[in-house]
Design a protein around this ligand. Structure first.
Ligand code: SF4
Length: 356
């Protein structure tokens, strides 16, 4: 059975709401009780949904094992909401803090401590947080409840939506389905996090996920990091040369200078980081790169591709070229960021921090 397209389901609901709210413009907006795990994940979701709903953010995360970390994420959440409200991005946003009952989380996780992130412990963790959200949504008379969790490429959106739907039936409050990472939602959350200078943690939250992250980074937090500096290149070709310089060592030959070769370099094994080892990329002067690798560079990229592509691909390249000429579709910069951030089938494990 094909997995459901939750983004499409959300589109349908938003479309209906838009029509209804337009027709009954004097009526109050629907009220959404939105569970949020942290400010960075909520940044895109709030920007996206606040024009449709009166949102109350529910910060309920007893899974965060260290109280200092819990508090830090909470403060960042409040700071972001204050900024959005000041800018009047949509309907005003409120925040409610749940109980910080970490003992309840540890009790729930008993016997599942060794599960890798993404396994059974996480499903129980989703149930615990969404169960409390549904209960409080019913008590508060909200129209819908939802969560920011589906924005993470590391979390199973199908499972989260199944849990939300089951809780909706149990508590009698509508579940707002989502797959927020779609439509470049995850990428947008990175941009917003940079823009609002949000604290971005590098692990999910519980002590087990932190230990797993440290283990993956080689016990001593040895995750490699490189800095891409937008001031060091102005064209795609120069970008490839810079990447060769950053991610290969003593190779003595030039890599393919194309998108596939870039993906291969991110996987590692070229003298800088080991194959499959986590890589943190800090891209500074990113605004300049967005300009340099914008639509002009994208037109040049597709024009060059037309001279070498297989005849069966020609039509699709021509369509992308036509779109770029009208400043539509992804730019070369967008494609590079997608390659870095989308882990599915990429064979690498990269995080990205962009600083304009
Ligand atoms: S890894 Fe994240 S989702 Fe999974 S149990 Fe820990 S805090 Fe919960």
């Amino acid at each position: 059975m094909n997995p459901k397209n939750y983004q499409r389901e959300l589109d349908r609901i938003l479309e209906e709401l838009n029509v209804r709210q337009g027709a009954e413009s004097k009526k109050e907006p629907k009220r959404l009780f939105l569970h949020s795990c942290c400010a960075p994940c909520s940044s895109y979701v709030l920007e996206y949904l606040s024009p449709y709903f009166a949102i109350t953010v529910f910060y309920y995360n007893p899974n965060i094992s260290e109280s200092e970390e819990y508090q830090k994420r909470m403060e960042e959440q409040k700071r972001l909401i204050d900024s959005y409200n000041e800018e009047q991005k949509g309907y005003p946003i409120c925040i409610v803090e749940g109980d910080y009952e970490s003992e309840k989380f540890f009790e729930m996780a008993k016997g599942f401590e060794e599960c890798p992130e993404g396994g059974e412990r996480c499903f129980r963790c989703f149930e615990m947080r969404l169960g409390e959200t549904a209960k409080r949504a019913r008590e508060g008379g909200f129209d819908y409840f939802a969560t920011t969790l589906t924005i993470s490429p590391l979390k199973n959106a199908q499972k989260i939506n199944e849990i939300g739907q089951a809780l909706s039936e149990e508590y009698g409050v509508e579940w707002l389905p989502s797959d927020f990472k779609k439509r470049d939602g995850y990428k947008r959350s990175i941009t917003l996090s940079a823009q609002y200078e949000l604290y971005r943690q590098d692990y999910c939250g519980c002590a087990f996920s932190k230990a797993e992250r440290i283990r993956k980074n080689g016990e001593t937090n040895m995750s490699h990091s490189v800095m891409i500096d937008g001031n060091r290149f102005s064209t795609l070709e120069e970008f490839y040369t810079e990447i060769d310089h950053l991610l290969t060592k003593d190779l003595g030959w030039k890599t393919g200078h194309n998108m596939d070769a870039f993906n291969d370099l991110l996987r590692g094994g070229f003298g800088v980081h080991e194959y499959g080892e986590r890589l943190h990329i800090k891209w500074i002067n990113a605004a300049k790169s967005r300009q340099d690798l914008g639509y002009d560079a994208t037109i040049a990229y597709y024009e060059k591709m037309l001279t070498t592509c297989h005849p069966v691909n020609r039509k699709s390249v021509e369509e992308k070229l036509a779109a770029a000429k009208e400043h539509r579709g992804k730019t070369v910069m967008d494609i590079l960021v997608d390659i870095i951030l989308l882990p599915e089938d990429s064979g690498h494990d990269c995080t990205l921090e962009m600083i304009d």
